[in-house]
Design a protein around this ligand. Structure first.
Ligand code: PLP
Length: 240
């Protein structure tokens, strides 16, 4: 057996001490200022306008699809392609939320969907939720172009690809939105944790609401007022 890495825990001892200190001195342990600082810093580093932090990469995938359903960018029964080489919780939310999963073959030499394997399904897809397996996505530029030509919504599961770049562009910046995992074995860890990134304001606002079980409490005041006007009452959107 070949280990991918020696230990998933970078500077384990020091990290545990720093974590214990943080827990001892923090005013609040649930989401607060530190979470917002992390989201803003992450969005800036990634080069996207918005980042929404959640408890895992799996939840990031789930709230992303739920948010897109809520704002009508996806609808029940839509066909969502996914990389055949992926993680179970990339596919699970597709099934759970009443979308139709369509596996797309991956190439042995790129470990990802290629323009050729995508072509086989191109006429049937409404969305493509691509996985950048271990940061490999050599042909993502061409895939994005194909998706654009066929009106297919491109999303990236970048849970394994933080920091990788293709043609100078960070993976996670090719589609409407992208997801990340901060599980202990990944590049950057919050022990458990995940993120969704997007440049789209409407998707962002809905992500904040889905994360809060439909409440609009994480939105700015003017956005809350706008939504209340649009719907007549405080809306309740899909609960996760
Ligand atoms: C491609 C991919 N998607 C989603 C996930 C789920 O992330 P998490 O373990 O943080 O729930 C993983 C986890 O390794 C993954 O590799």
């Amino acid at each position: 057996m070949i280990n991918l890495i020696k230990s998933p825990f970078f500077r384990e001892k020091e990290t545990k001490v720093a974590l214990a200190d943080f827990v001892r001195t923090a005013d609040r342990l649930s989401m607060d200022r530190e979470c917002i600082r992390f989201e803003e810093g992450f969005a800036e580093k990634q080069g996207r306008r918005h980042a929404v932090f959640v408890n895992s990469g799996s939840s990031a995938n789930l709230i992303l699809l739920q948010a897109l359903l809520n704002i009508g960018r996806l609808k029940k029964g839509d066909r969502v392609g996914f990389s055949a080489l992926t993680w179970a919780t990339n596919v699970m939310p597709i099934i759970e939320l009443g979308l139709e999963p369509v596996p797309i073959d991956c190439e042995l030499d790129t470990l990802n969907v290629s323009p050729t394997t995508l072509q086989d399904h191109i006429k049937d897809l409404d969305a493509l939720f691509l996985t950048n397996v271990l940061g490999f996505a050599d042909e993502i530029d061409e895939l994005r172009e194909l998706c654009g030509q066929h009106d297919i919504l491109l999303l990236e599961d970048n849970c394994e690809g933080l920091g990788s770049k293709v043609k100078g562009v960070h993976l996670g910046n090719f589609g409407l939105a992208s997801t990340f995992s901060f599980f202990i074995g990944h590049h950057l860890s919050t022990i458990e944790g995940g993120m969704v990134c997007t440049d789209d304001d409407k998707v962002w606002r809905m992500l904040l609401m889905v994360r809060a079980h439909g409440w609009d409490r994480n939105l700015q005041r003017r956005d809350q007022d706008g939504l209340r006007k649009e719907f007549g009452v405080t809306p309740f959107f899909g609960k996760i």
